[in-house]
Design a protein around this ligand. Sequence first.
Ligand code: ATP
Ligand code: MG
Length: 410
Amino acid sequence: MSKQIIIVNFEEIYLKGQNQKFFADRLREQLKIKLAAFKDYLHFSRRHGGSIFIELRKALPDEERMLVEEILRRTPGITGFYTVWSVPSRREVILEEALRFARLHYPGEGKSFRVTARRLKKSLPFTSRELAADIGALVVETLGAPVDLTRPDWTLHVKVRAEQTFIYDRIEAGMGGLPVGTSGRGVAALSGGIDSPVAAAMMMTRGMTLDLVHFHSVPRTSPRSVDKVKELARVLSVYQPQLRLFLVPVLDIQQAIAQNTDNKLRLVLLRRFMLLLAERLAGQTGAQALVTGDALGQVASQTLENMTAISEVTALPVLRPLVALDKKEIIRRARALGTYAVSIRPHDDACAMFTPENPETRARLDYVHKQWARLDVDQLVDDALARVETVDYGFDLEQVKKVMQYVREK
Ligand code: ATP
Ligand code: MG
């Protein structure tokens, strides 16, 4: 008699008035891509205000249900979701189904409970309070569960709507934010470190569609460093399916810098190249912004002076979502995202090997310009771009399982 519906909430979007449909459509597109493997089970019905309803055509086995829930937890734009039994809004049916639900889901072991009923349709011939009391009495009588109205261990929710009544017991939190595809396009610089994957995930969760770029010094550094970055990209593809990673060789640029410029400025000059290259890639993808994992004051290149000296090479905005976060908070987020376990794997970093003993922390612009002028910038950039490799990531259920494992690991 009941059918099951997964209700996906997107409250923040709901607040956005006339844009609501646009946001809901993007979220639905993302979900269709990510839940494609379950299409025999799931039917996307229409949008209901600030929610998307996904009807279950048949019962989801436990393993599948766990994966679907994990995907929903890791989809930008979802504030929360819950699975309801949807039953006809007739008193005797509601009572019967609520009891059946309780039999299946009440945790047992003398755990206390309460029934919370809400009636959205006022014309029905019973009040919420009567309904809650009647269901409560049934559950006490049948399961021997003790009632606790103030601090119950378990709550049975009954939401009575005009045609259908929803019965459920828990709402899962989502990651919030906005659906990917609602806030334009960006290119995010992805190192093998802890910070940049968090920065990328934060912008995805703000609705941006990203392409990733990694700058490597193979063969001077080991190809394994690139494998690590690829694995980070794979983790990020759980949040944004259909993700592209550009791999750009910068060894020649590093050598040109080392041979022609003041040691102290190496890092600043290399970073300028990185942003220039990222900007050129942005031109190809139609991106309107660059994203980095800089946090103010964290390392030598991240003073205000150096950030200024670096980002002046591009007219695109350089978004730095981590700028005011401390390392502890960044690590907390990296763990939750599943990137941390990968980021802390050892690797040789193109920048670390290139860092002079006493790097400039307050680069003066006129001096930076003088050193910059010693380099054949256009040629170096063109040569690097001519050798770009791209790797594309779709959405992969195995990767979702891996992320769950990474989160447990660290
Ligand atoms: P991360 O943990 O992200 O490496 P970090 O604190 O180590 O950050 P830096 O190494 O100074 O800081 O890098 C600052 C930012 O510059 C990175 O967050 C990243 O966005 C970008 N970046 C640095 N190195 C690379 C690289 N090899 N490829 C792509 N982006 C890079
Ligand atoms: Mg780094």
